[in-house]
Design a protein around this ligand. Sequence first.
Ligand SMILES: [Zn+2]
Length: 118
Amino acid sequence: MEKEFLKKIQESLEQRKETIRKELGGFANESPETKKDWNARYPQFEGSGLEDEADEVEEYESLLSIEKTLEKKLKDIDAALEKIQKNSYGLCEKCGKEISKERLEVCPEAKWCSDCIQ
Ligand SMILES: [Zn+2]
């Protein structure tokens, strides 16, 4: 892959990473030991009625699932950045073929080519 293209991809990955980290930071704390693990903060609503508690639990559960999704994206982005460092970026993890540039432009953290994803 050309250096220019990789540079563009790297920038776009860094940008995505920043956006996701900000999003995660809005409702979760980063684990200080691993730096890759985030923990959603338990929401504390005003008042302390039973109804509020049920809402809190519900809110917390939905935060946990968002946290999982974002955390996974972050890991994929990190993995992609690592591949750029190791000069193995852009190869499908399933069949080993090159992933098309069009696909990488839309989804720079893609691990699989469009044939394998189906
Ligand atoms: Zn493939």
